[in-house]
Design a binder for this molecule. Sequence first.
Ligand code: PMP
Length: 478
Amino acid sequence: MNAMAGASTISAGVYTAPSTRNLSSASLSSANALRPSVPVSTRKFAPSIRCIAEPPEKIAHNISISTDGGSTKLQAEDIIGAESKLFVQTYARSPVVFVRGEGCKLYDTENKEYLDLTAGIAVNALGHGDPTWVKAVIEQAGTLAHVSNLYHTVPQVKLAERLVGSSFADRVFMVNSGTEANEAAIKFARKYHYALSKKNGGDATGATELVAFTNGFHGRTLGALSLTSKVQYRTPFEPLVPGAHFVDFGDLEATREVVVAGRTAAIFVEPLQGEGGVCSATNDFLKGLRELCDETGTLLVFDEVQCGLGRTGRLWGHEAYDVKPDIMTLAKPLAGGLPIGAVLVTERVASSIAAGDHGSTFAGGPLVCHAALAVLDRIQAPGFLESVAEKGAYLKSQLQEKLGKNPHVKEVRGEGLLVGIQLDVPASPLVAAALKAGLLILTAGKGDVVRLAPPLIISKQEIDQAVEIIQSCMPSLQ
Ligand code: PMP
């Protein structure tokens, strides 16, 4: 029965894990691991991890993270090998292990430098290790990190005040991620219509249906997933939230056909689709959605998780349009790399929400909120957004100039520093070649779009370097 002899013991259906493992969490988590002068302490796991009725072969992998014969150097292949055994395999990660970052540069276990045009998927707006952000995090971590939402804290209120003061919104609800922001938005839309229906003496629920668009991405938890367009993300997890309709992005007439007064609770739309391939909505489309919502009593939700907070060269992606939503969801760059999200709502929506309708243990803790204020201080400083717009235009013009004649390049598009290169072939060979050449880029759309979402602090010189590497890697495309 004890297949992993020496690694575990079993008694009466209780599996006892080995008392130690040769896996140093200290060395895994610390950039210091690269510096030979720093001793590695081997973490001892709790002497008895009890997993009831688990067969041992499912748990004990006997994983060993080599520390290079006693030195402190981490071996990338060991980490990658361990990941493949320890993690539920939901990610197709690139074969690289990063240990530190500075500005727009990341460094792997071999100290190889990479120019980062992914920013942790549009998260690290201020790049890596920004001194003002680091100072804010350290300052707040040493003061007060977490108390839960049972109590009031100062950074939370300051952040809410800043978000409300800088947007259409009257009130804020804080969450921990983009998918949670959309999840909360779904609940708020449902509750708004429920309360309205009750007030009007109507049936129990009111309008419950939701409308989203092709190539839209709103998250991976079940509610948000119901609005995420990619069929392969949704199918294995059905049934999802009932009454979610998908319409072609940009097709106002088709949207008019599915939106029904008293039945449709909300329309979810990204003003600039990120995962879907860097596709901007037209002014007519967003205006038309607003009018349709006003006509039918439907709530308009802008998902600005990826395109918001300065990425487009405007604080909000929807500022490019003369349209305001009822609800807006935010996340990714808000706390510069710490997990946070926010749902911004009008008073009309907020007034239907009561104590206990929604909640989160971690959301809006003082640490993340103080970090977010440091990020907003920088993004809202005079000239910052203008520089994002200018650098974005420069990036697009350089890509057009250097790649425009390549037969695989169909279009260069985007707003600010969210730029897409539409190819006529899969982009993954180019992404892999760029990684080898020291450049990190993303894919999007149907895998045929290269997506660039650098830290907003990228320099023109770094943009030149990135364009040069992409150009040199173009022959990788078949
Ligand atoms: N909405 C949009 C527009 C996104 O781009 C993403 C993430 N790519 C999400 C929601 C989900 O965010 P998260 O991964 O933080 O849950």
